[in-house]
Design a protein around this ligand. Structure first.
Ligand code: G1P
Length: 295
């Protein structure tokens, strides 16, 4: 797999005022922007080309993955070689191409505008909001299923019923032949159903491996009630013509697109850092003591 699409044109209104003048994808989890976790996942999954779907006010993302000559010269002159290596690693990471979405017409539309850049080959889609700590990386897990079954693969996760209406939801085909642990053939899928209409508790999380026939399917997909073209509805269109699969990803996912999920992710990744784990644990433990905290 050579290419991964990163939709990143959203306005990030849930994080205002932090996102008034900077893209939500650049908010840091400890000291690394959210989007860099996704880009590192693509690289670690063997995908070297990133197609970023951007919009107005997203320049900071382009700068982040570009060479920063001034900063490099400064760090070199000061002998800060560790930081220099860290900064260089980012611009050396992958090849970037950028395309603008123009109008905010939904995730399906964001994928559709990459049609010419993707061309006639399978590709991954990574929604950077969903940060997944996994080994092998989540995208790699999907590519492995794709290589075996030769059809589009969606990452899914079982979620509590009360949250199901925030997701695309699949109906697994339970009559289909077994495809392996946590791998399903998709019988149907629906975008953000009311809880009583959800066909299962298997929610689509932000990773997909798609085939180029998704593009005509998206072009044929009608806008929904909100005027958006949903990727889930495009996949439903595609399902009329070919099998689609889903794979329960093994790993820890954080939905950094909402404030609570973002905070959990910051704590999670801070506790994984050798330089912070000790003192931060001490701090959290102190907070957890019954007496000193005013409630
Ligand atoms: C999008 C998709 C949805 C999917 C979700 C995963 O929704 O439309 O099907 O379940 O990502 O994060 P969004 O979260 O952008 O509203």
């Amino acid at each position: 797999m050579r290419k991964a699409v990163f939709p990143a044109a959203g306005l990030g209104t849930r994080f205002l005022p932090a996102t008034k003048a900077q893209p939500k994808e650049m908010l840091p989890l400890v000291d690394k922007p959210i989007i860099q976790y996704g880009v590192e996942e693509a690289t670690a999954s063997g995908v070297p080309n990133i197609i970023l779907v951007t919009g107005r006010g997203k320049n900071a993302i382009e700068d982040h993955f570009d060479v920063a000559v001034e900063l490099e010269t400064f760090l070199e002159a000061r002998g800060k070689l560790d930081q220099l290596a860290e900064i260089r690693k980012i611009s050396d990471m992958v090849n970037f191409a950028y395309v603008r979405q123009g109008e905010p017409l939904g995730l399906g539309h964001a994928v559709l505008v990459t049609r010419d850049l993707v061309g006639d080959e399978p590709f991954a889609v990574i929604l950077a909001d969903d940060v997944i700590d996994a080994n092998p990386p989540a995208t790699r897990q999907l590519i492995d299923v794709f290589d075996r079954l030769n059809g589009p693969v969606l990452a899914v996760e079982r979620v509590p019923r009360e949250t199901i209406s925030s997701y695309g939801v699949i109906a697994p085909d339970l009559a289909a032949e077994p495809l392996g642990d946590g791998v399903y053939r998709v019988r149907d899928l629906v975008e953000k159903p009311p809880v009583e209409e959800a066909p299962s508790d298997l929610a689509i999380i932000g990773r997909y491996v798609l085939t180029p026939d998704i593009f005509p399917a998206l072009a044929a997909t009608k806008r929904d009630r909100t005027g958006e073209i949903q990727l889930t509805n495009g996949l439903r269109e595609l399902l009329k013509t070919r099998p689609i699969y889903a794979c329960e990803v093994k790993g820890v996912r954080h939905d950094t697109g909402n404030k609570l999920g973002f905070l959990k992710a910051v704590v999670y990744f801070a506790l994984k850092r050798p330089d912070l784990a000790g003192p931060f644990t001490d701090y959290l433990t102190a907070l957890g003591l019954p007496a000193p905290i005013a409630r």
